[in-house]
Design a protein around this ligand. Structure first.
Ligand code: CP
Length: 356
């Protein structure tokens, strides 16, 4: 079975990533040159969880490179509602199509889907784990706006515990020399230990602070995130965290003149609307870069027969993942697999499973 899946952006070498970003830049200048690049190819978008940007930018991207799309964004309207497993849905839909994108609330679901798909699988967000094409979006934006990927002070603010976008971005930006991170969150919503260990293992530094004000003057990039209500166990836990961080004009005044403010969106209340007109606010233009990035990625994954660097996963009979949000806890037929990471040997699906 093909291993040409994109579960984690770090499966790509930096050279491959650069090539895709270069292609995205070329597409943004001359989209007409790519209008037939995937003619007669069919993409399935399997969205088990709500989405505006990721779903529709994948659909726009596929249509703009000449392809076609099928899919669902409400599993309640499919046989999932009758109890169909992820394995069976993916096995069937991958028989109809040339490429799959999947978003799912459980961590490791995209990797699980890739075990049963006959065609390449793109992770469009798996629970609080990873969101590689959002990171591709962010990197295309940084290339165009900041002009470099290294020696940046990158602030990440908000729900760092549950935010898959910041997990993916942190891992990818740790691969570039000289980057450092400022994690701005409450103690409850702090960046997970396994991500911080990854950053350290890659030779990058990080600090953790509790207020935006103390970080603002030092940042080259500020990545704001929403407090993810859907990931909390109870409404009361969400209520205790919401509204703590609000980027407004007064806080923007503390930032550098060339600060780049990003947000994966959707926004709730963490960026005041008055910031939208600040030229340093790039989050809406960021969404357009995301579509060009996805066009480039789709063209590469469909048209080329290169094999990506496979992640070495080990069959581990008896291994049980302890992450309650891991796909293996809900789809019991999945084989127990582990993988070696800078944090040690962990569940290959969600990269957790060890006590934090
Ligand atoms: N950035 C992002 O993933 O947005 P959606 O949830 O709307 O797809």
């Amino acid at each position: 079975m093909s291993v040409r899946n994109l579960i984690d952006l770090n499966q790509l070498s930096l050279e491959e990533l650069d090539e895709i970003v270069d292609m995205a830049c070329r597409i943004s200048k001359h989209p007409e040159h790519y209008a037939s690049a995937c003619r007669d190819k069919l993409m399935a978008t399997l969205f088990y969880e709500p989405s505006t940007r990721t779903q529709m930018s994948f659909q726009s991207a596929m249509l703009r490179v000449g392809g076609k799309i099928i899919g669902f964004d409400n599993p309640g309207g499919t046989s999932v509602a009758k109890g169909e497993s992820l394995k069976d849905t993916v096995t069937v839909l991958s028989g109809y199509t040339d490429i799959l994108t999947i978003r799912h609330p459980l961590e490791g679901a995209a990797m699980a889907a890739s075990l049963y798909s006959h065609v390449p699988v793109i992770n469009a967000g798996d629970g609080g784990h990873l969101h590689p094409t959002q990171t591709l979006t962010d990197i295309v934006t940084l290339r165009n706006v900041v002009g470099r990927m290294d020696h940046l002070v990158i602030g990440m603010c908000g729900d760092l515990a549950n935010g898959r976008t910041v997990h993916s971005l942190c891992r990818s930006m740790s691969r570039y020399g000289g980057n450092s991170f400022v994690f701005i969150s409450t103690e409850t919503l702090a960046m997970p230990k396994y991500i911080k260990e990854y950053v350290t293992a890659m030779g990058c530094e990080y600090t953790e602070v509790r207020t935006l004000e103390e970080a603002m003057p030092y940042l080259d990039v500020l990545y704001m995130t929403r407090i993810q209500r859907e990931r909390f166990e109870t409404p009361a836990e969400y209520e205790a965290q919401k509204g703590v961080y609000v980027l407004d004009a007064a806080k923007m005044a503390l930032g550098k003149p060339d600060l780049c403010v990003l947000h994966p969106l959707p926004r709730v209340d963490e960026i005041a609307y008055e910031v939208d007109d600040d030229p340093r606010a790039w989050y809406f233009r960021q969404t357009l870069y995301g579509m060009y990035g996805r066009m480039a990625l789709i063209i590469r994954m469909i048209s080329e027969h290169e094999s990506r660097t496979p992640t070495v996963r080990t069959a581990s009979p008896g291994f049980t993942c302890h992450n309650p949000k891991c796909i293996t806890r809900f789809e019991p037929y999945l084989p127990p697999l582990t993988v070696d990471t800078p944090s040690g040997c962990v569940c290959a699906y969600c990269e957790r499973g060890q006590a934090e």
